[in-house]
Design a protein around this ligand. Structure first.
Ligand code: PBG
Length: 346
């Protein structure tokens, strides 16, 4: 082994979830490359500092990643560890996705207030909740889709102050407004709150966000060594599913985040080959839940480019069957809300 091997620095936002995620990737790298030197660096980003601003309306999603990407491109750090769903579908020049790790939980989950009962019965699912119950979530995707089936529940923003612990304590406060929260299961599990999940909310009730539940490593596109290290992190099935999901969103959003939900499956072909059958369902839902476009595509894939192509085809099918009108309306609504205090979640 060369004595010249450079130290590889992993970086992420400073949030509790981001730090846990970076340490997950660090552990995998350390055990795959025991002789190498790895370090970490945690930074607060514009999105962390300026949570009350309508940044996403003005700038798209990149405010979570921009400062980190500057540090990456300047060579201060070598790998950015992200929740893939927070990574814009188009990366800056010079940056590349080096790895997508195995997705264990892509779905959204319901977390019911502790001790919340109806007629002496513990509440587990959305169906158990009474009309008028208040559900906390700041995600337009979740609200839009759930309004379709649960028109008599009330959906209320959750201020994203503090860590998950704080939000869960607020949920459990007997005088607090919420009967339940909806959160990405992956985040809950990684932070050790998996036991708070009272039920999963699965497609077709709720299609999760593109890339949800998967960790991604962003590197300098020309960093050959980082690419090699990333190969040990990649889970190709998750990676191809997510590349298809992201290709679909890239076509649909045209720069803005929209209430798009997805569901994907990849059944590998027999034998030790990188190929399989990929099925992808995509949805676009009007903000008020009134209209909803849903399309499905599947095909044999044997490369990331194939997966990307399938996602692109799905986006085109969605656009052709009512999606165009929905996207235009969502863009108009977004323009009207610019300037209002809001925060992005997906
Ligand atoms: N929207 C913020 C965000 N970004 C990633 C996760 C969770 C982890 C993941 O999806 O990988 C969350 C929290 C949530 O949506 O509940």
């Amino acid at each position: 082994m060369s004595v010249e091997q450079r130290r590889i620095v992993l970086a992420s936002r400073a949030s509790q979830l981001a730090q846990v995620q970076t340490n997950i990737v660090l552990d995998v790298l350390k055990s795959a490359f025991p002789g190498r030197d790895f370090g970490t660096s945690f930074m607060s980003t514009q999105g962390d500092k300026d949570q009350s601003q309508a940044l996403y309306l003005l700038e798209g999603k990149s405010f979570w990643t921009k400062e980190l990407e500057v540090a990456l491109l300047e060579g201060e750090v070598d790998m950015l560890i992200h929740s893939l769903k927070d990574v814009p579908t188009t990366l800056p020049e010079g940056c590349a996705l080096g790895a997508i790790l195995e997705r264990e939980h892509g779905e959204d989950s319901l977390v019911v207030k502790k001790g919340y009962t109806i007629n002496g019965k513990q509440v587990h699912t959305l169906d158990d909740l009474p009309p008028g119950a208040v559900i906390g979530t700041s995600s337009v995707r979740r609200v839009a889709q759930l309004k379709r089936r649960y028109s008599d529940l009330i959906f209320k923003d959750v201020p994203k102050r503090g860590n998950l612990n704080t939000r869960l304590s607020k949920l459990d406060d007997p005088n607090g407004p919420y009967a339940a929260l909806i959160l990405a299961k992956a985040g809950l599990v990684r932070l050790g709150f998996g036991d708070r999940v009272t039920s999963d909310i699965l497609a077709p009730t709720l299609f999760h966000a593109v890339g949800q539940g998967a960790l991604a490593v962003e590197i300098r596109a020309n960093d050959v060594e980082a690419h090699q290290l990333c190969d040990a992190l990649t889970h190709w099935q998750t990676s191809w599913r997510c590349l298809a999901e992201r290709a679909c969103l890239r076509i649909l959003e045209g720069g803005c985040s929209v209430p798009v939900g997805v569901h994907s499956e990849l059944v590998p072909s027999p034998g030790d080959v990188r190929e399989g059958r990929l099925r992808l369902v995509g949805t676009i839902t009007a903000i008020d839940g009134q209209r909803h476009v849903e399309r499905e595509i599947d095909g044999e894939v044997s490369s990331p480019e194939h997966a990307d192509e399938l996602g692109t085809q799905l986006a085109k099918a969605l656009i052709a069957t009512g999606g165009r009108e929905l996207l235009d309306e969502i863009t108009k609504d977004r323009e009207q809300r610019v300037g209002q205090v809001n925060e992005r979640e997906n």
